[in-house]
Ligand binder design. Structure first.
Ligand code: CU
Length: 103
């Protein structure tokens, strides 16, 4: 398996900065999982400032997933994962049989 992932992250929150990092640590995040560092080289976008007016700060990173499995993305800011700023990313080595071009 060797999947190239392009991650584009936009902070649409006008009240504060956020970042994103891919980790192997599953929830619950009652510890600072972000201190483990990203699970994959490059799977990290550091702090983006709060959005202003009509401008959402945007950053992009490209990384490779070589191992199938469950990964998690989270915001590195203390307390943000407790507020739900995380999710699951499943890397599956089976052939993709779904048509992703359908809206
Ligand atoms: Cu956040």
């Amino acid at each position: 398996m060797n999947s190239v992932i392009t991650l584009q992250f936009a902070n649409q929150d006008k009240d504060g900065p956020h970042g994103i990092e891919v980790t192997l640590a599953p929830p619950p995040y009652n510890r600072m999982a972000m201190m483990d560092g990203p699970a994959i080289h490059g799977a990290f976008v550091s702090s983006l400032p709060a959005a202003r007016n009509d401008t959402d700060p945007v950053a992009q990173t490209v990384f490779q997933i070589r191992q199938p499995g469950r990964y998690y993305y989270l915001c590195q800011y203390l307390g943000h994962t407790a507020d739900g700023m995380y999710g699951k990313l499943i890397a599956d080595s089976r052939p993709d049989t779904k048509n992703h071009n359908t809206p």
